[in-house]
Design a protein around this ligand. Structure first.
Ligand code: SF4
Length: 425
């Protein structure tokens, strides 16, 4: 689109059943955000902690303004000529984006622009009080227990690598291992395996000083052999047990791991885990094989889906929320050529799970530069609008509840920042 007016007209003509806030949010996630250096002048905001992946459109080494050290974790836009409701968006740094944040001279505050045309006012994510306390562990609190989703979710990536390693095994959109290398090179104090004592100390600080966080996610890369002499199940289970023993019921307990069999799921349930995210990433069988080669060989798509269904017997279907990476099914060279074909395929997966009481959720694919699929433009905005339309429709058809563990749903209230699915429910 060559202007904000054209962008708005496109929404009016094609997608006005989807809120304008969701339209801008998906476009910001798709394209990323550029920052003027004056946007960083006041520093009292929470910066990007790089809590698992880079989620950036350029490598750290090309960030001429050190945006990796200055950009906020999330922004919240509101107001403007369209009277937009408050909408939280995860930050994906892209100096070439059509969207830019800079200080408005007339308003004396940060504002969002599309090709230099003012759209809305901007807030940066606040710094939680527990970030400002002192801890015994030799790592910054934002490295051990960062918070995202405007303070709602504590994100515990306890293993910062993945044993699906290299082009033949890594999910082709995922930069967990590449991001690890670039962050270490840039001297960010990344911790490969986070000691349980650090996690517990950090959570003690959160328990004492914070009332905003309502959930935590325990996650990390896949473990296909052993890590610290433990299998994948035993490795993550130990954290779940220790956390939930020390802080029973303090936060909603969620895990993002591979799809485990029923007996293993029971171990996590017994350890106090409430919500399970066995992410299937992409619905189409052919694309799953090509885009998730490690998962495909190690578990296989059919078995993965079976385990998702089985896990609902353990956690209850409403608490099984597998993620898919929305848009990666359009990635060149393997993917669908049109938004309609892609949404049709992905909706088949939604229909499959939702008809069984399981609501998947989605994140917005970010073509990260070091990944095999990273050197291309993101899917069109049309895809995301049609996906949101389909998601809402199927979710309503089966009268499913709002997925738990994401905070409030709805326009002006949602805090889930990496797609607009909670904004439109
Ligand atoms: S399993 Fe795939 S998506 Fe998950 S961390 Fe490993 S490479 Fe990334």
């Amino acid at each position: 689109m060559a202007s904000l007016e054209e962008l708005h007209k496109n929404w009016e003509n094609e997608f006005s059943d989807i809120p304008l806030e969701a339209y801008f949010k998906q476009d910001l996630l798709r394209q990323g955000i550029a920052f003027d250096k004056n946007a960083f002048v006041s520093e009292s905001y929470k910066k990007k902690d790089y809590f698992i992946f880079s989620f950036d459109r350029i490598p750290l080494s090309e960030m001429n303004q050190n945006e990796n050290l200055k950009a906020p974790e999330e922004i919240r836009f509101s107001g403007g000529a369209f009277e937009l409701k408050k909408t939280v968006v995860s930050v994906r740094i892209n100096p070439s984006s059509n969207y830019k944040i800079k200080l408005s001279e007339s308003k004396k505050m940060r504002c969002l622009y599309f090709l230099d045309e003012y759209i809305a006012d901007i807030d940066f994510a606040p710094v939680p009080e527990y970030y400002n306390k002192t801890y015994k562990m030799p790592k910054p609190i934002g490295e051990i227990a960062p918070v995202i989703e405007w303070g709602y979710l504590i994100y515990l990536t306890v293993f910062r690598n993945c044993q699906y390693f290299g082009k033949e095994e890594e999910c082709q959109y995922c930069d967990i291992n590449h991001n690890w290398r670039q962050q270490k090179k840039a001297k960010r104090p990344y911790t490969g395996v986070k000691p349980i004592e650090y996690i517990l100390e950090a959570l003690s600080g959160i328990d004492k000083y914070d009332n905003e966080a309502k959930a935590y996610t325990l996650t990390g890369g896949s473990i296909t052999s052993k890590l610290k002499q433990k299998t994948e199940v035993d490795f993550y289970l130990e954290y779940a047990k220790e956390i939930n023993k020390k802080f029973p019921g303090r936060w909603i307990s969620k895990i993002v791991t591979q799809a485990f069999n029923k007996d293993d799921c029971k171990k996590f349930k017994d350890a106090g885990v409430e919500i399970y995210h066995p992410n299937y990433e992409i619905w189409d069988d052919r694309l799953f094989k090509l885009i998730c080669p490690g998962k495909s060989r190690f578990v296989g798509k059919e078995e993965w889906v079976k385990r998702i269904l089985d896990s609902a017997d353990v956690f209850e279907s409403k608490n099984v929320i597998p993620n898919f990476v929305a848009g990666v099914e359009m990635a060149k060279p393997y993917g669908f050529k049109s938004a309609n074909e892609a949404v049709l395929s992905t909706s088949e997966g939604l229909e499959f799970f939702m008809s069984r009481g399981i609501s998947p959720r989605f994140t917005t694919w970010c073509p990260e530069p070091y990944t095999p699929l990273g050197n291309q433009e993101p899917p069109p905005l049309e895809y995301y609008m049609k996906l949101l339309r389909s998601y809402k429709k199927i979710h309503a058809k089966y009268k499913l509840p709002i997925p738990p563990g994401y905070g409030p749903a709805g326009l002006g209230k949602a805090v889930f920042s990496v797609s607009a699915f909670m904004d439109v429910l």
